[in-house]
Design a protein around this ligand. Structure first.
Ligand code: WTA
Length: 705
């Protein structure tokens, strides 16, 4: 919200919106015929007048030890309690209950990054055995019990879900820190959650390199210690048993190889601990690195019901499907839609260790072909990257998807169409699923057999979710008005976070304070949930997400959504990726500079720079015409593929680029800096000293991950 500079007080409702309406795409008949939700009556069952009881249908997908007495308890808003009085165990629901009918079916298919290493299948029975043995180790060797917290810093290996499920079996709260995060970031989260056990791995493959991951554990422990949280034990899985991939020593009495401990627990079985529905299942820290980390606390009963229901109806998962979500389990997407959702439904979930483009842009399609994947789930950044590196690759493989998901950021209609036509071969539905760490599961998406797709829009609120858009004054921005505003959800739902771990005031402040009508009210209608995204809603109720409220560039009082500008660039067919950043300008407050990467084989030229600028002018207007278009060989990116806008914003403003150690490709920073800054100096631009506030704005532009 806090864009500095002239026009700071321009209301959100005036974010310029210039999207064209896109055409609808209908789901193929072959999809409709087999869909879990093919009867429109489901929309009625989840109508507002049926709230909150409609969510019984999701909870009934689970096996409960004790059935709940109250579907939604609103007595302490906004700390909602779902399925109060109920008891269950999440691990039992994901593993044990599938044994009778499907013990030797694969729960996970793990694909190592090196292509010469075999895929490993973990059956439900084998998963059961491993989870029990590891739970025994956690209980008896680490003295962990229900309610304790454990931090994992694990990569994409099957040991990660084994750890998660073992914790869930005991009622221990797990907190997985994305493997690509630094040791210090991990240490901050260890301290915040109060974990005294860290579980890590010696090393793993990513992008053709074998990393020394255990080294980060030592940094993490130091950071945690500084914050007053000592760690007693570090459990180290080995990527290859009998080999140690790290150069750091194993600290005597503190660090233990899991493969050396496990034989003691061979054959042990641990009864699943029956937990109250509202017991926390896990913490998921959001990616910001400024200020105290925010651990979204997710519940056992509500969360598990919500991911089961949404995975069934929106991802259309059937037990006989082979489902591959190519996200990382270190993000909420992986927790909800690689592990908990698919496993409650008893399907086969694919895990891939490495980078989607390793060793080439055909890797994903080879995996899909080989394993017979029929549901594919990934992020727009990955889709853009694959389109850039191998636009014709998908057609070379004999894979067939019935369903494809996209998640994580808005997808440009151009990219959507490539995904649909080339990756999906026109045979698959696309579900653009909009949600966030805090929400546990989907908020906006199309019911794939019942609601047509519209490129660039995620769709309406999902079953039981009633969105609304407010302007800054709290007035409703009507659907079809073409005005943007702050998207909120009017009601609570089972997947919503319970609180920010240890910071309940911050939870209220960040998500409810803005639009709460009466802080004394126990009526949920007085507590709209602020999602933090700007959005426009079409007449059809479909939401078009513009990105985080903070991701706007304010040019002479016009608040331009960065996503919209980037989307306009992609209408130039040469462009593979685009990022818009603000440059401090005496006259206009901020002006836009554009960074673009071209499709393979194309050479930069001033004609192309001009073409990109004209595309923006054409799609949005003169106001957004960039001051400069920089054609760069590659964008600085995080390991999860997000373009680091703050780094290029720093370069464009001759400011500090901040910490680049977590980038997947830190080496590009120097070459981009050289390219951009020398051209700027040559053209007579005089770098100006930035104020404190300006430096902060640039440093945090586009998120602080
Ligand atoms: C963005 C990821 C547009 C949004 C699940 C949100 C999206 C933030 C979409 C949360 C989508 C996620 N279309 N934008 N389909 N999905 N976003 O917490 O800005 O990592 O607020 O959760 O990603 O990111 P998070």
């Amino acid at each position: 919200m806090s864009t500095a500079g002239p026009g700071r007080d321009v209301p959100e409702a005036q974010i310029a919106v210039h999207w064209r309406e896109e055409e609808y795409y209908q789901p193929p008949a072959s999809f409709i015929g087999q869909a879990n939700a093919a009867d429109p009556a489901i929309l009625k069952r989840f109508g507002e007048e049926r709230f909150p009881e409609c969510f019984r249908e999701y909870a009934d997908l689970l096996s409960w030890d004790t059935y709940w007495h109250t579907t939604l308890d609103t007595s302490h808003p906004p700390f909602w309690k779902w399925f109060a009085g109920g008891r269950l165990n999440a691990c039992y629901n994901c593993v044990d209950r599938h044994l009778a009918a499907n013990r030797n079916k694969a729960a996970f298919l793990w694909v190592p990054e090196p292509e010469e290493e075999e895929t490993r299948a973990l059956t439900y029975q084998e998963l059961y055995a491993q989870v029990n043995e590891f739970a025994a180790l956690l209980r008896d060797f680490c003295a962990l019990k229900a309610g304790d917290r454990v931090t994992f810093h694990l990569p994409m290996v099957p040991e990660l879900p084994v750890c998660m499920l073992a914790c869930a079996r005991l009622g221990v709260i797990h907190s997985e820190v994305f493997g690509g995060f630094s040791g210090t970031a991990c240490g901050d989260r260890i301290a915040d959650s109060g974990s005294r056990i860290l579980i890590t791995m010696d090393g793993y493959h990513r992008g053709g390199k074998l990393s020394d991951h255990k080294a980060k554990a030592d940094e993490a422990l130091q950071a945690a210690e500084k914050l007053g949280q000592p760690v007693d034990k570090v459990l180290v899985w080995r990527r290859y048993p009998d080999r140690y991939l790290s150069h750091t020593p194993m600290a005597e009495g503190r660090d233990f190889f899991v493969d050396e401990l496990l034989p003691r627990y061979r054959g042990h079985r641990i009864a699943p601990v029956s937990m109250p529905a509202e017991a926390p299942l896990f913490l998921m820290y959001s990616s910001g690195t400024t200020g105290r980390p925010k651990g979204a606390q997710h519940s056992t009963g509500g969360y598990l019901s919500y991911v089961a229901g949404t995975a069934k109806y929106y991802l259309d998962i059937h037990p006989e499907d082979t489902y591959w979500c190519a996200a990382d389990i270190g993000w909420i997407t992986g927790h909800s839609y690689i592990v908990y959702g698919p496993l409650t439904l008893g399907t086969t979930s694919v895990l891939y260790e490495g980078a989607p483009t390793h060793p080439d842009a055909g890797r994903c399609w080879r995996i899909a072909e080989r394993l017979g994947v029929n549901i594919f789930h990934t992020a727009p950044t990955t889709i853009r990257m694959l389109r850039k590196l191998g636009p014709d690759e998908p057609l070379k493989y004999d894979h067939h998807f019935k369903h494809m998901t996209t998640v994580g950021e808005p997808i440009e209609p151009e990219v959507w169409r490539w995904y649909h036509k080339e990756v999906g071969k026109g045979e698959a539905v696309i579900d653009d699923t909009w949600w966030m760490t805090e929400t546990g599961g989907f908020l906006g998406a199309t019911l794939p057999a019942l609601q047509p797709m519209k490129p660039g829009s995620c769709g309406p609120g999902v079953l039981g979710i009633y969105p609304v858009i407010y302007d800054d004054e709290g007035n409703v921005v009507e659907p079809g008005s073409s005005r943007a505003g702050n998207v909120c959800i009017r009601n609570p739902w089972p997947g919503i976070m319970q609180t920010i771990w240890g910071q309940p005031e911050r939870y209220v402040e960040l998500y409810y304070a803005r639009y709460c009508r009466d802080t004394h009210s126990t009526n949920w209608r007085d507590w709209p949930f602020l999602c933090g995204d700007g959005a426009v809603q079409g007449e059809d109720g479909y939401l078009r997400i513009l990105g985080r409220i903070d991701d706007v560039i304010n040019v002479a009082g016009h608040r331009l959504g960065t996503k919209e500008i980037e989307s306009a660039c992609l209408t130039a067919e040469e462009v593979a990726e685009a990022a818009a950043v603000p440059v401090i300008d005496e006259l206009r407050g901020r002006v836009v500079e554009m960074y673009v990467a071209l499709k393979p084989g194309l050479e930069p030229s001033s004609e192309l720079e001009d073409k990109v600028a004209r595309a923006i002018e054409h799609e949005i207007g003169k106001i957004a015409r960039p001051k400069k278009v920089w054609i760069v060989p590659d964008m600085p990116k995080t390991r999860s593929g997000k373009i680091m806008r703050r780094v290029i914003a720093g370069i464009s403003n001759f400011a500090d680029v901040g910490d680049i150690s977590t980038l997947a490709n830190p080496e590009v920073v120097d070459s981009i800096r050289h390219q951009v800054q020398s051209r700027k100096l040559e053209s007579g631009e005089v770098p100006r000293e930035l104020t404190e506030a300006e430096r902060e704005e640039i440093k945090t532009f586009g998120g602080t991950a």
